[in-house]
Design a protein around this ligand. Structure first.
Ligand code: ASP
Length: 609
């Protein structure tokens, strides 16, 4: 038997027990004639005491960091207790030991705050995984996995596996493809998600399906995306949007309870996409704090028409506001104290290429009731006061104002809001706020191709009240400049996203389940009948054999775990992740394959073209 106990198990109650432990050498400390060794395994660390004789043996047969050893000895009470360690009251007086395997000197220290940089840690991920910090993340991941499974099982969901080698059916991203040796010249695709399979399962009558499943998308990797990632993928039949929202609100609350011990009682707020864009500037608002956007001026074609308060800011001879399509203000609590240097620094921040603004205007709402701005030349104090009031500012606040083209300004305002909240410490890792964002537009306009694309995916159904608009109108966009006036621009999707702390953690929709409507949808996306049949004939066919109304949702499992773990870095919650260029630096993949394999596949490389 290699061990009687783990390294995290022994307590004072085990005093004088004879035990055998096995694990990795964390540290070796020689004190004169005796030696202390910290022995580590997955469960914890136990202190070992090597007496004089064994220490002499160690001189001949030295231990090193990360050696795997086995020791036998007696549990003893420590004179110098360590309250930070679960086993900190005891030590093992070693009577016998053996080295089970040696270790080369590890390339970085196996400690919480390691000296290893990202690349090195990824190259030696098997060592990185020994670190407590990473282990904690994987434990959390497993806890979330278990909580989700328990809940879904209790609710009658069935885990059904779906294939990885499928047909290329793009869902918005590029497919990874796999050449078929047995069918030369033909390729499988790896699923971007099990979307069509879960819909087929509904047609088959498995009315509650789930799977915690890998998905593959060959996207240009923005920071913190993985080419393969995991979803909690779910689908239900005979449901409306309301049923799904309730079911999955239940799931997330159950995860909170089991994993974090948090009893999240509040019913999740439901915010329309329009409201989210209007008041937060994006469709995944962080509602842990206020600082909502105040729209001082917006374009005539705005997705939202509201009574304009733009008279306040225009017509004062300030060209930046007069000429801007959109003007948006944010009130920063307590910001009137900011020095000139600080406001200059925020201005520089909004001018960074990623944010892309030309400048920023500010109004200080001093606590003595006076107002001071960077545009005093144009606006008398009374008017500054009125603008500040419109922006919801209180004495002591700082109003930041951005102006420019609609989309860029809204996006920049949203970023600025988050940045200011971060600086003010309002985005706390251990505070969680969830909401549903609903009523998304069904279509997005793709300027470069002058056509509609599905905002979610092509299987999402319009809101029941918009089906008629979709059927009775021709999708063709005759005048690109006026695409917003096309009836399709107004169609709302029967879709919903769950948002947590400014991240989309899950998204789904009620699906189209009638062949005609699905064909109309494909046609609206520019697919002719032949292409529809070639790509999705199986689904259109299935819809002819009694497809029930259905809908579902998928959660980004990696991200969910990261946020629950108080981080936004999903890589840290995946055992063997890829780096930002999509490489596995440990395996050195992707890599070239043997000529023999290429010959078998009848593939010739043509790399220089
Ligand atoms: N398959 C969708 C996705 O991966 C989720 C869903 O609609 O259920 O985004």
């Amino acid at each position: 038997m290699y061990r009687t106990h783990t390294c995290g198990e022994l307590r004072l109650a085990d005093m004088a027990k004879a035990v055998t432990l096995a694990g990795w050498v964390q540290t070796i400390r020689k004190f004169g004639a005796i030696t202390f060794v910290d022995l580590r395994d997955r469960y914890g660390i136990t202190q070992l005491l090597f007496g004089e004789e064994l220490t002499r043996q160690l001189d001949e047969q030295p231990l090193g960091r990360e050696f795997v050893i086995q020791v036998t000895g007696k549990v003893n009470e420590r004179s110098n207790k360590n309250p930070n360690l679960a086993t900190g009251d005891v030590e093992i007086i070693v009577s016998d030991f053996s080295i089970l395997n040696r270790s080369a000197v590890p390339p970085f220290t196996i400690q919480d705050d390691t000296d290893g940089g990202d690349d090195l840690r990824m190259k030696y991920r098997f060592l990185d995984l020994r670190r407590n910090a990473v282990k904690k993340n994987l434990e959390l991941r497993y806890a979330v996995n278990r909580a989700a499974r328990n809940y879904l099982h209790q609710q009658g969901f069935m885990d059904i596996e779906t294939p990885f080698l499928i047909k290329s059916t793009p869902e918005g991203a590029r497919d990874f493809v796999v050449p078929s040796r047995m069918n030369p010249g033909q390729f499988y695709a790896l699923p971007q998600s099990p979307q069509t399979f879960k819909q087929l399962l509904m047609v088959s009558g498995y009315d509650r399906y789930y799977q915690i499943v890998k998905c593959f998308r060959d996207e240009d990797l923005r920071a913190d995306r993985q080419p393969e990632f995991t979803q909690i993928d779910c689908e239900m039949a005979f449901v409306e949007q309301e049923d799904i929202l309730e079911m999955f609100e239940g799931m997330i609350k159950s995860i909170f309870k089991e994993v974090k011990g948090i009893d999240y009682q509040e019913k999740l707020e439901r915010m329309t996409w329009e409201d989210a864009m209007w008041t937060y500037g994006n469709d995944k608002p962080d509602i842990r704090f206020g600082m909502q956007l105040c729209n001082l001026k917006f374009p005539a074609h705005s997705f939202r028409t509201r009574k304009s308060i733009s008279d306040l800011i225009t017509g004062a001879g300030f060209q930046v506001f007069d000429g801007a399509e959109t003007v948006i203000a944010i009130s920063v609590p307590g910001g009137s104290e900011y020095s000139r240097k600080q406001t200059d620094e925020i201005t520089e921040w909004v001018k960074r290429p990623q944010i892309g603004m030309k400048g920023m205007v500010y109004i200080k709402c001093n606590t003595d009731g006076s107002f001071k701005s960077s545009v005093d030349k144009f606006y008398p104090e009374e008017r500054l006061k009125a603008i500040a009031a419109a922006a919801g500012a209180k004495p002591g606040d700082l109003v930041l104002i951005l102006a420019g083209a609609e989309e860029r300004t809204r996006k920049a305002s949203s970023e600025l809001r988050l940045e200011m909240a971060t600086r003010l410490g309002l985005r706390k890792e251990d505070e969680f706020k969830l909401l549903w964002v609903i009523d998304f537009p069904l279509f997005e306009y793709a300027e470069d191709e002058n056509r509609w694309v599905a905002r979610h995916h092509p299987f999402t159904s319009p809101k029941p009240s918009d089906i008629e608009t979709m059927i009775s109108n021709d999708p063709e966009i005759k005048d690109a400049a006026k695409y917003l006036e096309h009836p399709y621009a107004q169609i709302k999707a029967n879709a919903y996203d769950m948002v947590m702390n400014g991240n989309e953690i899950g998204g789904g929709s009620i699906r189209i389940h009638q062949r005609e409507l699905q064909e109309k949808m494909f046609a609206a996306l520019g697919m002719d009948a032949e292409e529809q049949q070639h790509k999705f004939g199986f689904l259109l066919g299935a819809f002819e054999y009694g497809a029930p109304p259905h809908g579902g949702i998928a959660y980004g499992f990696d991200r969910l775990c990261a946020i629950l773990g108080g981080s936004e870095v999903i890589r840290d919650f995946i055992a063997f992740p890829k780096n930002n260029s999509g490489r596995d630096v440990m395996l050195d993949a992707p890599s070239s394959i043997d000529e023999k394999q290429l010959v078998e596949l009848q593939i010739k490389l043509n790399l220089n073209k």
